[in-house]
Design a protein around this ligand. Structure first.
Ligand code: CP
Ligand code: NVA
Length: 316
C-alpha cells in the first residue's frame, strides 16, 4: 500500500497482505515501552468513532489508543448526531471527511459501514457490524501468538456470525487450522466461508465445520465462544434454545489440550455460553484479549493513517 492510497478496514481480509506484520508490529510496540513517549504518528490528526450500539472495550481502546499516538479521539454516539435521522450515511461521511483523518463505525447492518467507506475520503474502520468485527480478530490473533500452543487448532463453539467470521479469516491467514461448531441453522455466512476456503488454500490451513461442540474442541489449543444472542438480535426469541449443549464448561474443555486457552470477545453472559469455572480459570486469556484491542488498533490506525510511520517502525 502507498501512503497516498486511502484504505479501509471493513473485514480483516482487507489487510490480508500485511496482517502478519500488523500483528507482529502490535506485539513489538506493546513490549517496547521506551518508544511509547515519543512515537506520535497521529500528531495533528483527529479520529472520530460513531456508535449505533453500546460498547465498552472498543470505545475505550480507540479513545486511549488514538490519544497515546498523539491524535485527538472524538466519540460520536448515534443518538447525538444527525446520522440516520435527518442525514444520510453518504452526506455524513462526506462532511466528516472534511474534519477527520479517520472514522471508526459500529453499526447494525454491514452495508452501512460499506456505504460510509464508499463516500468517505479518509480511512474507515469497521468497529463491529452484524457481519464482521475485524479489530477484535487482530487483537485475538495477537493473544493467540502470545499465549496459545502453536501445535493445536482454534476451536469455535457458538454462533457463526461476526466475531467468528473475522477470527476464522485471520486465523487461517496466519496458518492456524479452524474447527467450528454451530447449532443447525447458525452456520457462518457462505460468502465469508468461501473467502476462508480461498485463504486456507493459500496458507495450507484447514477449516472444518460441525454441529457437535465436542468434535470441534477435541485436541484444541484455543476454545473461543461469544454470547448466544448478539446485539440487535434480541427480538429472535427462539435463538437461545438452539444453543442447548453449546455451553463452554469444564466437561467440554476436558476434550481440549491440557494447556488450551479460553477466549471470549466479551462481554460474557456468565452461566449462559460459559461457566465461571472456565472463564475464571488459569487457562482463560480474556483480559489479555481485551487489552490487546488497544495495541492492535494502534497498529491498524498507524498503518491506515500514517503508513510511512508504520513501515519505519516495522523496519526498526
Ligand atoms: N468485544 C467488544 O467489541 O466489546 P465492546 O462491545 O464492549 O466494545
Ligand atoms: N457477537 C456479539 C459481539 C459483541 C462484541 C455482538 O454482535 O453483539
Amino acid at each position: 500500500m502507498s501512503n497516498n492510497e486511502k484504505k479501509d478496514l471493513l473485514a480483516i481480509d482487507d489487510l490480508i497482505d500485511d496482517l502478519d506484520d500488523i500483528i507482529n508490529w502490535a506485539i513489538k510496540y506493546k513490549n517496547d515501552e521506551s518508544i511509547h513517549q515519543d512515537f506520535k504518528p497521529l500528531d495533528g490528526m483527529a479520529i472520530g468513532s460513531i456508535y449505533e450500539k453500546p460498547s465498552t472495550r472498543t470505545r475505550v481502546s480507540f479513545e486511549v489508543g488514538v490519544s497515546r499516538l498523539g491524535g485527538q479521539p472524538l466519540t460520536l454516539l448515534a443518538n447525538d448526531i444527525q446520522l440516520g435521522k435527518s442525514e444520510s450515511i453518504g452526506d455524513t461521511a462526506a462532511v466528516l471527511s472534511r474534519f477527520l483523518d479517520g472514522i471508526t463505525y459500529r453499526c447494525f447492518g454491514h452495508a452501512d459501514v460499506e456505504e460510509l467507506a464508499r463516500t468517505s475520503t479518509v480511512p474507515v474502520i469497521n468497529a463491529l457490524s452484524d457481519l464482521h468485527h475485524p479489530c477484535q480478530s487482530a487483537a485475538d490473533l495477537m493473544a493467540i501468538r502470545e499465549h496459545a500452543n502453536p501445535e493445536g487448532h482454534i476451536a469455535w463453539v457458538g454462533d457463526g456470525n461476526n466475531v467468528f467470521h473475522d477470527l476464522a479469516l485471520a486465523g487461517l491467514a496466519l496458518g492456524y487450522d479452524v474447527k467450528y461448531a454451530t447449532p443447525v441453522g447458525m452456520e457462518p455466512d457462505s460468502n465469508v466461508l468461501s473467502r476462508c476456503e480461498d485463504i486456507a488454500s493459500k496458507t495450507g490451513a484447514k477449516i472444518i465445520g460441525t454441529n457437535d461442540p465436542i468434535e470441534a474442541v477435541k485436541n484444541a489449543a484455543v476454545i473461543y465462544t461469544d454470547i448466544f444472542v448478539s446485539m440487535g438480535e434480541e427480538h429472535i426469541t427462539d435463538k437461545f434454545s438452539a444453543f442447548e449443549g453449546f455451553q463452554v464448561n469444564e466437561e467440554l474443555v476436558a476434550h481440549a489440550y491440557h494447556d488450551y486457552v479460553f477466549m471470549h470477545c466479551l462481554p460474557a453472559h456468565r452461566g449462559e455460553e460459559v461457566t465461571d469455572a472456565v472463564i475464571d480459570s488459569p487457562n482463560s486469556i480474556v483480559l489479555d484479549q481485551a487489552e490487546n484491542r488497544m495495541w492492535a488498533q494502534m497498529s491498524i490506525l498507524t498503518y491506515l493513517c500514517n503508513n510511512d510511520a508504520w513501515h519505519a517502525y516495522n523496519e526498526m
